[in-house]
Design a protein around this ligand. Structure first.
Ligand code: THU
Length: 130
């Protein structure tokens, strides 16, 4: 992973709106054709209505023209390592492949890189109609 992706994830985490958990998260992804998008977690007083950093980053990618995710960096400002939650693994899988690299980071840099296929074995998928 290059520093640029980590920097984007860190900047995103610093914009996190997480007053209920106090757990700011940032995610930054790179598409197969080289575009980058980032996002943070956005919480809500009605707790289940909040969403994750990875989800924000995916929304930005779709609005920026869509594409396939080659790699994604995830970090929490106050954790040694942040792994994507189960729902975000499924959302990443929608736009990635088993080989998509998931960079588990902290605020200082990369901790470990894993394959999306190892994070979500036997994930649910449907044939796309268009
Ligand atoms: N969170 C993320 O943004 N991404 C993850 O993959 C794990 C959890 C957020 C959701 C919530 O705002 C906070 O972290 C605590 O769960």
């Amino acid at each position: 992973m290059d520093d640029a992706l980590h920097t984007l994830a860190l900047e995103a985490a610093r914009r996190s709106y997480s007053p209920y958990s106090g757990f700011p998260v940032g995610a930054a992804l790179r598409t197969e054709d080289g575009r980058t998008y980032s996002g943070c977690n956005i919480e809500n007083a009605s707790y289940p209505e909040g969403w994750c950093a990875e989800t924000s980053a995916i929304a930005h990618m779709v609005m920026g023209g869509g594409g396939a995710i080659a790699e994604v960096a995830v970090l929490a400002l106050n954790a040694e390592r942040c792994t994507p939650c189960g729902g975000c693994r499924q959302r990443l899988a929608e736009f990635g492949t088993a080989e998509t690299r998931v960079h588990l980071c902290n605020r200082d840099g990369l901790v470990e890189t894993v394959r999306l296929g190892d994070l979500l074995p036997m994930g649910f998928a449907l044939e796309k109609q268009s």
